[in-house]
Design a protein around this ligand. Structure first.
Ligand code: ADP
Length: 490
């Protein structure tokens, strides 16, 4: 026993004591100031106002970003409407496809710079932006480009027609990838776009605007307006918009739904989540533990489909808990630009405050907290990977979305109990099932109320697969043919 503890300690120390392997920031060309991207050009905002975007890992300012007001939103929507009527809807579909393929290729060419900027602006580990965010963003353009001239096969006998101008609002957790998720299918189906990135992470969307210029995308086909909630609300309420695509909090999703009620605007809303990962006693335990770790600590838990609740079959609870604690100790938390880092910076001070408040609430409610013993950097916004045990169904940490590296663990004895507990939430975005038995997987997937269910894996994405939720996790699907369906009238 003593020997294995020592071996483990050695393993922790060697993981933490890896020599730093920082990616260089030199490749990132970040201007001191960014304007609004309207009708193919960068324009000063009529508000004359700018806001700062900072690096959450160091709290240093990266750039000033233009704040779009109602007049700017109007200009962008008018540009998108003109581009729709005069250029984009008239263009043969295969010509549209060429532009979208070109965008995908330029993203690939600039992948390293985009990954560095994503990490500097958002705090996520460089290995994630490099290996996941940016390649996936390029893939979404590539996949949707392929459909542009084959829509009659995607929707046979249904004569698909574009909707017109799409207003798209995205969050800060996957900035470039969310922009690609939204822009690529809209363009492939012949719509034009006004996109508003999140105020904390506008940089890669603005870099994407530069890519649109390089790709010679006709002016006005995509417009990028920056700002916070008020700018988003102006876009939602603009009468010239035919479709709203939103990813963000359930709270704002509800506001948007109210604002567009009674209008002709179509909507897809991808909102919060409180996903359950369920481990049965017959699961490959080591693989499951790795999947759980990936599911909640990946991207600092800043993932709406994060596996933030874990249900473990009672017979393997002790074993799973010990393995989770051991694995958490080996996670490297800190400088997101270091290639070894597993958990980077929390995206903002505001989000860190939200997470820390839940850590307090969890303990006040009577749950037991376990955190990694790692040290956190002095500057910047960081949170240790955390697990809670002794969690009750009614606890707020088991019901509310925390959006941080915090896992709430509960146990179950029977399949029915696991299903009942997993479904006992207002959300229904995703879930994970870990078992050796295919029959159990099929049984669970038909009874879990979640839009996406992974079996013996977690957080796997592909542009061909639809993604979206039930209940308070929203409606509509993005990705795959379903994603294209959200941008056509049939
Ligand atoms: P989060 O809690 O993840 O920051 P939000 O829902 O607040 O999620 O933000 C997601 C996106 O919605 C951001 O781009 C934000 O600026 C925008 N937003 C915030 N409030 C509103 C609103 N009332 N109407 C439209 N967009 C909004």
């Amino acid at each position: 026993m003593a020997k294995s503890k020592n071996t483990l300690k050695l393993k922790f120390d060697s993981a933490r004591n890896l020599d730093p392997a920082p990616e260089s920031a030199a490749i990132a060309k970040i201007a001191d100031r960014y304007e609004l991207f309207i009708n193919g050009k960068f324009e000063k905002p009529s508000s004359k106002k700018y806001f700062d975007t900072i690096n959450p890992a160091t709290e240093e300012k990266l750039s000033s970003i233009a704040l779009a007001n109602k007049a700017d939103v109007d200009k962008a929507v008018v540009a998108a409407r003109n581009a729709y009527d005069k250029v984009w809807k008239k263009l043969p579909a295969k010509e549209r496809a060429k532009y979208i393929f070109r965008i995908s290729r330029i993203i690939q060419e600039k992948a390293r710079e985009l990954a560095v900027i994503e990490t500097l602006d958002g705090g996520k580990p460089i290995k994630e932006s490099r290996d996941f965010d940016i390649p996936a963003a390029a893939n979404h353009f590539f996949y949707n480009a392929g459909w542009a001239d084959k829509l009659e096969y995607a929707f046979p006998n249904r004569n698909p027609k574009p909707l017109g101008v799409a207003g798209q609002i995205i969050p800060w957790n996957f900035p470039l990838l969310m922009a690609a998720w939204k822009i690529a299918p809209a363009l492939a189906t012949g719509n034009t776009v006004v996109l508003k990135p999140a105020e904390n992470t506008s940089l890669t969307a603005l870099k994407l605007a530069e890519i649109f210029q390089e790709a010679d995308l006709p002016p006005g086909v995509v417009n990028i307006i920056t700002g916070a909630g008020n700018t988003g609300a102006e876009l939602v309420n603009h009468p010239g918009i035919n479709k709203i695509a939103f990813t963000g909090s359930t709270e704002v999703g509800k506001i948007i739904q109210k604002s567009i009620a009674g209008t002709n605007k179509k909507a897809t809303l991808e909102l919060g989540g409180k996903a359950a990962n369920i481990i049965f006693e017959d699961a490959p335990i080591d693989q499951a533990v790795e999947g759980i770790i990936n599911g909640i600590f990946f991207n600092q838990g800043h993932v709406c489909c994060a596996g933030s609740r874990l249900f473990v079959q009672e017979s393997v609870y002790k074993l799973v808990l010990q393995k989770l604690k051991d694995r958490i100790e080996t996670l490297i938390v800190g400088n997101p630009m270091d290639k070894n880092t597993d958990i980077g910076a929390i995206n903002s001070k505001q989000q860190l405050d939200v997470i820390n408040n839940y850590l307090k609430i969890g303990q006040q409610e009577g749950s037991e907290i376990f955190q990694s013993s790692c040290a956190l950097p002095k500057k910047g916004f960081y949170c240790k990977p955390t697990i809670f045990t002794n969690v009750a169904q009614s606890h707020r940490i088991a019901q509310e979305e925390i959006f941080g590296p915090v896992l709430a663990i509960q146990t179950f004895r029977t399949i029915d109990e696991a299903i009942e507990k997993a479904n006992n939430t207002a959300f229904g975005l995703s879930a994970g099932v870990w078992t050796d038995k295919g029959s159990k997987i099929f049984n669970m997937t038909s009874k879990l109320r979640a839009g996406v269910i992974w079996a013996n894996t977690y957080n796997k994405f592909d542009p061909t697969s639809p993604f979206g939720g039930y209940k308070e996790s929203g409606f509509g699907r993005e990705g795959g043919l379903h994603g294209l369906g959200g941008y056509v009238e049939v």
